[in-house]
Design a protein. Structure first.
Ligand code: GLN
Length: 541
């Protein structure tokens, strides 16, 4: 069978849910019995997403094979319920770098190396590589940014050339925004008409328009979009804002027959009776009414006057998956760690929550606030899950307050600490010294052996697990004995390198922290055992 490529571009403005649109379309096609995968292309020059500040670009998602990529890969994994590998992510930086590296190795045999066709060929090569490796019937390709921008033109150009060559079937989808300005009170289609013109000038005609708006498109608007944008009226798909969760989006798209229309265009027939699993999930979500309150103590929330949740999206989704699985409605609150630094008494507000999470993080800002928060939840037996930096700072808190090592710290924040309970591995010292910071952390999936009587062992139901990492610092094994003597349980260790992966405080109701990131592998149809553990403890189950 030929591979079908579906290219998805954004119109009018960013942030309207292109990633979730791709993920939802992928889910629909998977439920029709096809093998589906999704690729994200980011037009910026960073070689990967690892060097970007999360408040600017959202969470850095990590794949099993250690690629630091855009958070949309997380959406694809959550909707598809499958792991996605590094081949499925590329940036302009990565593509240019590989072409330039090849040029330096004389791979172009003396030719002049040019943007077209050498860059477009490299993008196309990467897309076919994904098709081959995943053996997918459908490869969805999300082109970052908005049509009309300079930065993503080269990727539209690649898509146009792929359609022209037509080794596979190529479909274009435009996810566009339809504003309803307050003073007019009517949904406007003109910005989308302009977006389609911009696509047309790149030689591309969309096959589908996904109409993002606060309300569904009425038939008058659908007709108008159809005529002006040159798209069949049944291929204008309503995508209104939803009250519920993003997981309802595939269901909404199907109300407008998106899946069936894609199959018609590709000449395919559904391979199975549509699975009911997803509908069951939606039913579960809707039935979850009794609230469970979870606080996230972090620092990547603010952007000017606005609060962004994107920096912790996998953590948030993992909380939701686990809450729904026990029929509870998750109520998530952002708690600014700096506030617990400026006003240490204010940590008392944590008693208003059923559970607290200290997620991953970097650097000095807000660290003492997080440590204050951890002290408070430990002393007050509030269910707690620490993730990566959350584990490291739990160890610092325990060392300072239980082991009476007042000066204990992580070497990341205080290089001269007398008690570096968290320190770097020797290989990382070289990276730091030589400023080799991009893609050089301990990244991707590593094994962990869980201790026999640990809570983690009980929750996972097995001895050996594999989880994804993204960190440069580790628990300093020189302090292990001292910490253990005072009641800290080393609940999981990497068998190859002896690195601490999980800690627990068995005296507490639920106090678990991990060096890895369990949030990255939680799926709506398969919630993560540690998040389920936290949520169950929080819900008093
Ligand atoms: N900053 C810490 C480290 O580099 C923790 C990283 C994280 O939380 N992802 O080890």
């Amino acid at each position: 069978m030929k591979t079908n490529f579906i290219f998805v571009c954004g119109g009018v403005m960013s942030g309207i849910g292109k990633g979730v649109t791709v993920a939802s379309t992928a889910r629909i096609l998977k439920d029709y019995g096809f093998r589906v995968t999704a690729v994200k292309i980011d037009p910026y020059l960073n070689v990967d997403a690892g060097t970007m500040n999360p408040t600017e670009h959202g969470e850095v998602f990590v794949t099993d094979d250690g690629m630091e990529c855009d958070q949309d890969i997380g959406n694809y994994e959550r909707f598809l319920g499958e792991n996605i590998l590094r081949d499925n992510y590329m940036t302009s930086g990565l593509v240019y770098k590989s072409v330039i590296d090849q040029e330096r190795n004389l791979k172009y045999g003396g030719k002049c190396v040019q943007v077209i066709p050498d860059i477009t060929n490299e993008v196309e090569r990467r897309l076919w590589n994904v098709a081959r490796k995943t053996d997918a019937d459908f490869v969805l390709v999300e082109i970052g940014g908005t049509v009309g921008e300079y930065e993503n033109l080269i990727f539209l150009e690649t898509a146009r050339i792929m359609k022209l060559r037509s080794y596979g079937q190529v479909i274009f989808m435009l996810v566009s925004y339809f504003p309803i300005p307050k003073m007019i009170g009517e949904m406007k289609t003109k910005p989308t008409q302009h977006a389609v013109r911009a696509m047309n000038s790149a030689g591309i005609q969309p096959d589908f328009i996904i109409a993002r708006s606060s309300r569904p498109l009425d038939s008058i608007r659908k007709q108008k979009v159809s005529i002006f944008c040159n798209v069949a009226v049944q291929d204008v798909i309503s995508a209104p804002d939803i009250d519920g969760s993003v997981y309802e989006i595939p269901v909404n798209f199907e109300k407008d027959n998106l899946g069936r229309r894609i199959l018609e265009k590709t000449g395919l027939k559904s391979r199975t009776r549509k699975s009911k699993q997803w509908d069951k999930l939606i039913g579960n979500i809707r039935a979850s009414k009794e609230p469970v309150k979870i606080g996230i103590v972090g620092k990547y929330f603010g952007s000017g006057d606005f609060t962004l949740a994107d920096s912790y999206i996998s953590v948030i989704e993992a909380i939701k998956h686990a809450a729904w699985s026990i029929k509870r409605k998750p109520e998530i609150t952002w708690l600014e760690s700096e506030q617990y630094e400026k006003n240490p008494q204010s940590v008392r507000e944590l008693k208003n929550f059923h559970g607290i999470i200290v997620p991953g993080g970097f650097g000095k800002r807000g660290v003492e606030g997080k440590i204050n928060a951890i002290k408070y939840v430990r002393e007050n037996n509030i269910p707690f899950l620490g993730l990566c930096y959350g584990l490291q700072l739990s160890v610092v808190e325990f060392a300072r307050n239980i082991c009476k090592m007042a000066g204990a710290h992580t070497a990341e924040v205080d290089q001269k600490t007398p008690e570096p309970v968290i320190c770097t591995m020797p290989d990382q010292l070289v990276n730091i010294k030589e400023k080799r910071m991009g893609g050089s952390m301990r990244l991707g999936a590593y094994k962990c052996k869980l201790a026999k009587h640990s809570l983690a062992r009980k929750l996972y139901g097995k001895d050996i697990i594999s989880e994804r990492h993204r960190h440069r610092y580790e628990v300093n094994n020189q302090y292990r004995g001292g910490l253990e003597k005072k009641g800290l349980l080393i609940a999981g260790v990497n068998p190859q390198r002896g690195l601490v992966e999980v800690i627990e405080l068995p005296k507490n109701k639920f106090f678990v922290a991990t060096q890895f990131h369990p949030e990255l592998t939680s799926r709506p149809l398969n919630p993560h055992p540690l998040f389920r553990g936290l949520l169950k403890a929080a819900a008093g189950k």
